[in-house]
Design a binder for this molecule. Structure first.
Ligand code: NAD
Length: 372
């Protein structure tokens, strides 16, 4: 079985879908691996390291020729995959709800698209979950980027010249990214508070030494839907949440927002009027900026100044830590394909639970219930 690893072509994408470590492991399973020249450059991995691991280094067309499985971070244009084996698998992120035309193009090309962001949230798939591995790094990087922008220190410092006050950090949305943002801000010495619609997160916030800030006034609310994801909240809840945020945010120096709802635009959590109540020099990092943004006025990959407050957010925050992000992403892909490795077939054979969840296209058609 031939595995192809292409250089990422999306603007600003520095990650790569295989590392020398995973190349070696795939070869140990009996696969051959071909890596495009320069594929690892953005993640500080040279061609020689892949070659030492046993990969063939070649041009994109040569790498793809006869490939049974193509690995990607962001799914390549299917036109690049014309030389792959008929029905070849492409394991990558597809943004299936946002980039539907690409899914249709994969179907037309007869390719089997496997969307890593559709990995089910079940215990045995945790090690295959690219959303978790990348969100974790993104939560860390958001705090580091905000701290860098902030013109003050994070920890309290008692010096001969007087005391520096600890920064107050507020994290909105306590999933994988939010938990890492809390932990990172705490490590830097900030006073941290956090909120979510899922009440199960209260204990997690406290266990990290942060203060939970929750809407208690709306009865019967539990914002947890299927697979641990949040649901869209009622208007009554949204009003109560806006009031709570207004009262709290005016006293915060740094706000990190991470709230996402699968298949929908990110919920708006902070308005321009609320930003106006913050102290000049404060920083907001909107981790949901590319999904429509949690913060009014946030613009992807830009720092916007509003009322003296910096609003920032990257399209691809994990990609700003390309080496670690690539290492974790590549292991997720290896864990996924190796878990289903069929020794006799010499290739992976997916089971129904995970295969049906991640497979977007097969046999020339779109084949995923979430897209129907
Ligand atoms: P996510 O990226 O989908 O959303 C980020 C957070 O924003 C979530 O906690 C969500 O509840 C919150 N949110 C949504 N709307 C909000 C609003 N209006 N106001 C405030 N907060 C809002 O979430 P995630 O990081 O992917 O994690 C969600 C849950 O799934 C977590 O409990 C996580 O531990 C779990 N999970 C399990 C697995 C697994 O078992 N394999 C893998 C990944 C995540």
């Amino acid at each position: 079985m031939r595995i192809a690893v292409l250089k990422e072509r999306a603007a600003g994408e520095n990650r790569v879908a295989a590392t020398p470590e995973t190349v070696k492991k795939f070869i140990a399973l009996g696969a051959t691996v071909a890596v495009e020249e320069g594929a690892g450059a953005g993640a500080s991995i040279g061609d020689a390291a892949y070659a030492d691991a046993g990969a063939e280094i070649a041009s994109a067309a040569q790498v793809v020729a006869g490939a049974d499985v193509v690995l990607g971070v962001q799914a390549p244009d299917p036109a690049m995959l014309a030389g792959a084996a008929p029905g070849a698998w492409v394991a990558a992120t597809f943004d299936p709800f946002g980039a539907r035309e690409r899914v249709d193009a994969y179907a037309s090309a007869g390719l089997e698209a496997l969307a890593m962001e559709f990995m089910p949230r079940i215990t045995r798939a945790q090690s295959m979950d690219v959303l978790s591995s990348q969100s974790n790094l993104a939560g860390y990087k958001a705090v580091i980027a905000a701290a860098d922008r902030y013109g003050r220190a994070f920890p309290m410092m008692m010096t001969a010249a007087g005391t520096v006050q600890a920064a107050k950090v507020f994290v909105m949305g306590v999933g994988v990214a939010g938990l890492q943002a809390i932990a990172t801000a705490r490590r830097l010495g900030a006073q941290v508070s956090a909120t979510d619609v899922r009440s199960a997160t209260k204990e997690q916030i406290q266990s990290l030494g942060a203060k939970p800030v929750f809407v208690e006034s709306v009865a019967g609310i539990e914002g947890e839907g299927s697979g641990g994801y949040a649901t869209e909240m009622s208007e009554e809840y949204q009003r109560a949440q806006a009031e709570l945020v207004s009262a709290h945010i005016a006293k915060q120096d740094i706000v990190i927002t991470t709230a996402l709802i699968p298949g929908r635009a990110a919920p708006r959590l902070i308005t321009d009027a609320q930003i106006a109540t913050m102290r000049p020099g404060s920083v907001i990092f909107d981790l949901a900026v590319a999904q429509g943004g949690n913060v009014e006025g946030s613009v992807t990959d830009q720092v916007v100044e509003r009322h003296g407050v910096s609003i920032m957010g990257f399209a691809n925050t994990a990609g700003h830590l390309a080496a670690d992000a690539s290492a974790l992403y590549s292991r997720n892909l290896y864990n996924f394909l190796s878990a289903f490795w069929d020794k006799e077939a010499g290739r992976p054979v997916l089971d129904e639970e995970i295969g049906d969840a991640v497979r977007l296209t097969r046999g020339g058609a779109v084949a995923n219930s979430r897209l129907q």
